[in-house]
Design a binder for this molecule. Structure first.
Ligand code: NDP
Length: 294
């Protein structure tokens, strides 16, 4: 059996188109353009690439973006002072502090300083806390896990009653992913570096989300035939046959797993494009919270 390949690029394009149309409606109704402020601290090359793709996406969808770049040695007060200014700026609907922050900074304190209504990354402790509680709704949900949920929905996966396994328990992906799956009434197992018999646990999954940052760790014989596999991992590996000498792979051994799974996301072209599309959607939502609908 060969799996259905889940085209994240296409689904993300649909979402972006819908967001762009909503932005145009807001502007036609005389509302200000939704605005996203990005805060980058230091010179992490991957973070620079992520921030510039987020700004580019804003421009494509008719949103404003405001870029702020602080030096590697910025103090806690400088970062939080900037966030407070952005909280007070009515042109800014969403504030994205690019993670990871340099290690001398208190990340939780920075995230807590973002106004709840502008927390488009969904990492404010109150938004995460609400995600974890029954009967409470966060204002925003973290973009990568939300993108995974949208893909599952788009391909018609009914999560209720399924066994879902999440590989990884990070604040950014694994844990919020598991919380979203629980809210969708899946029975969820969270795996991490201390999990015993990982292949055995993974084999129980009807839906598998891999977010460990280990290139091609999940092998074909770990996967239950017909399972839906969402590969969040983005890992660069050497490949002398590739013009750049390297290429991107996921946490799943795609060539093996696609022969067993029912559906699978590729890397690149799976979860990656969904993350930015969800950020755009969250920024639109923040603008509507601030200025009302079209
Ligand atoms: P982290 O390094 O923060 O977390 C990795 C998690 O995987 C941890 O919970 C860790 O366990 C677990 N883990 C690591 N090694 C193993 C192992 N051998 N067996 C079982 N569990 C293991 O990574 P992130 O969550 O930030 O990212 C995960 C991957 O997703 C990365 O490849 C990253 O590049 C990618 N990513 C992709 C995004 C996208 O838009 N597509 C967005 C964000 C991330 P423990 O807690 O015990 O240490």
């Amino acid at each position: 059996m060969t799996a259905q390949i889940i085209d994240g690029k296409m689904i993300a394009e649909q979402v972006r188109k819908e967001v762009g149309e909503e932005v145009a409606k807001l502007v036609a109704a005389g509302k200000p353009k939704p605005g996203l402020a990005t805060v980058l601290v230091g010179e992490n090359p991957a973070s620079k690439v992520y921030v510039s793709s987020k700004q580019k996406a804003c421009a494509e969808l008719g949103m404003e973006s405001f870029g702020f770049h602080l030096s590697e040695d910025a103090t806690q007060d400088e970062v939080e002072g900037l966030v407070r200014e952005l909280n007070a700026d009515p042109r800014v609907n969403g504030i994205l502090v690019q993670l990871p922050l340099p290690s001398h900074l208190d990340e939780e304190s920075v995230l807590r300083s973002i106004s709840l209504e502008k927390d488009v990354d969904g990492f404010h402790p109150i938004n995460i806390g609400r995600l974890a509680q029954k009967g409470r709704d966060p204002l925003f949900v973290p973009c990568t896990p939300l993108g995974c949920m949208v893909m599952l929905e788009k391909i018609g996966v009914k999560l209720e009653g399924t066994n879902a396994v999440v590989l990884g328990r990070s604040n950014i992906v694994g844990m919020p992913m598991a919380l979203l799956l629980v809210r969708a009434n899946a029975t969820v197992t969270i795996c991490h570096s201390r999990t015993k018999d990982l292949p055995g646990v993974v084999r129980s999954a009807d839906v598998l989300i891999a977010a460990v940052g280990r290139p091609r760790m999940v092998r074909g014989d770990w996967v239950k035939p017909g399972a839906v596999v969402i590969d969040v991992g983005i890992n660069r590996i050497d490949d002398p046959t590739h013009p750049k000498g390297s290429r991107l792979v996921g946490d799943v051994y795609f060539e093996e797993v696609k022969e067993v799974a029912g559906a699978i996301t590729p890397v690149p072209g799976g979860v990656g494009p969904m993350t930015i599309a969800m950020l755009m959607k969250n920024t639109l939502h923040a603008a509507i919270l601030a200025n009302g609908p079209a």
